[in-house]
Design a protein. Structure first.
Length: 68
């Protein structure tokens, strides 16, 4: 009997280009489990949102007296 020795595993070759990904769109029904969880996390992260004019009002060293 002849014995076949395989030196490296055969891997499929993918030469076809992948289609472009579409932007992710969240469900907005407000009733499903995913929407309820997203609303909860949106409220949690809204606490950490930084206003655009924060650096202008407080300055680099976080002092409101900087402009005086």
């Amino acid at each position: 009997m002849k014995r076949i020795v395989q030196t490296k595993p055969l891997m499929p070759v993918f030469n076809a280009p992948l289609p472009p990904l579409e932007p992710f769109q969240r469900c907005r029904c407000g009733k499903c489990r995913e929407c309820i969880d997203n609303e909860k996390w949106d409220r949690v992260f809204a606490k950490y949102e930084i206003p655009e004019d924060r650096w202008e009002t407080k300055g680099f060293f976080q002092s409101t007296l900087r402009g005086w």
